[in-house]
Design a protein around this ligand. Structure first.
Ligand code: MG
Length: 377
């Protein structure tokens, strides 16, 4: 089943900050739209980002800095409806399910996204919904009266649709509604409800923004990792995904990149998801000689499935020789790419042990890592 995500980031956001597209306003130091993009990405085979006319340069720059490629850009229209329509034009013909999400909701968790995809596959259209908890009152002619909240739901995004259904819905009605399921309803087709999540709120006001900032800063966890490999002749020396010219290389079942192994362990540790040996055992033939950058990408996927995303990391490689400083920029770039982070969130350092211990005797290389992750569900 192929899933295509459309992230709508073409709104004006006038209530939040004058003169700036809400999707580009910073949250935890990064443009808001990146949060939803990172959340949807593991579930989508194809990603379309709908941006305001004239702003594609700003979005491309943010995507590049955060190593978030490839994303297909589409240009937004006058109203939300036109923006989604432009996004739908770019949906590949082999997509089964289309997820449409508003960039102003930065925290759609993995279980919520899974439920919407399953609902859309089973019923044609599915929207995440939350029962209304507060009592409702309506103001009429100076009086207020209680409304029944029985069977009343608040609807969120991503909304999921079988591709043909959502294309038909948009072709059928020219109306501008506040969501996409409304157009499916105008076709006379049913819309199923899947369980929403209160954390998947929409940022509209400054108070919402403050709450989002609290969520970003409050839900972080830390992990540590450590690894050692033996130096032997006849093996390539690979550290941080960089092949480093040297007379000896690290011995191991994979490419024996001790730096990335320590980092994988730190990331898994922060999520309490076990360690690298459990997920990628050296008894498995498929991991023989595997580049550890692949293991790092797989680690990121395991984290995403369990509701975590990387925030930042710091690595120390302990080696007497060779000189690692010239290779550090390439290591940072590799790691940032594999984790979908900006390079300034990735630190790599190298040290010797002044000739002491096994590293000093050049019998092996060790690495230590600390990683911070954020809970996404
Ligand atoms: Mg190892």
């Amino acid at each position: 089943m192929k899933v295509c995500g459309i992230l709508v980031a073409a709104g004006a956001g006038t209530r939040l900050q004058a003169g700036m597209n809400k999707a580009l306003t910073p949250l935890g130091g990064e443009p808001l739209f990146l949060y939803a993009l990172r959340a949807l990405r593991p579930f989508c085979d194809h990603m379309i980002l709908v941006v305001r006319e004239g702003e594609s340069g700003l979005f491309e720059e943010a995507l590049r800095a955060a190593h978030q490629g490839p994303v297909h850009l589409a240009t937004g229209g006058q109203e939300r409806r036109h923006s989604v329509e432009n996004g739908l034009k770019e949906v590949p013909g082999d997509a089964d399910i289309v997820l449409i999400h508003d960039a102003a909701r930065p925290f759609p968790g993995p279980s919520l996204i899974r439920r919407v995809i399953q609902g859309a596959a089973a019923y044609g259209a599915a929207v995440p919904a939350l029962p209304v908890k507060d009592t409702l009152r309506r103001q009429e002619a100076g009086l207020t009266r209680t409304l029944s909240r029985e069977g009343v739901f608040q609807v969120q995004t991503p909304q999921g649709f079988q591709r043909d259904l959502i294309l038909r819905a948009y072709a059928h009605s020219p109306r501008s509604l506040t969501d996409d399921a409304g157009l499916v309803e105008l076709l006379g087709e049913p819309v199923s409800l899947s369980e929403g999540d209160a954390r998947n709120f929409k940022i509209t006001t400054q108070e919402d923004k403050k709450m989002a900032e609290m969520m970003v800063s409050g839900a972080s966890r830390t992990g540590t990792g450590f690894d050692v490999h033996r130096l032997v002749p006849g093996r390539a020396l690979i550290l941080g995904g960089v092949v480093i010219p040297h007379g000896t290389g690290l011995l191991g079942h994979s490419d024996a990149d001790a730096a990335l192994h320590a980092l994988c362990d730190a990331l898994l540790g922060a999520c309490a998801l076990g360690d690298i040996g459990q997920h990628f055992p050296d008894s498995r033939e498929e991991y023989r000689g595997i580049p550890s950058l692949k293991l790092l990408e797989k680690t990121r996927r395991i984290m995403a499935d369990s509701g975590f995303c990387p925030l930042q990391c710091d690595l120390t490689i302990v080696a007497q020789k060779p000189m690692l400083a010239p290779h550090i920029p390439a290591m940072r770039r590799n790691i940032a790419q594999a984790l979908g982070l900006r390079e300034e969130k990735v630190s790599v350092k190298a040290t010797t042990t002044e000739g002491l211990g096994f590293e000093g005797r050049e019998e092996g290389i060790s690495a230590q890592a600390v990683a911070m992750v954020r809970e996404t569900a």
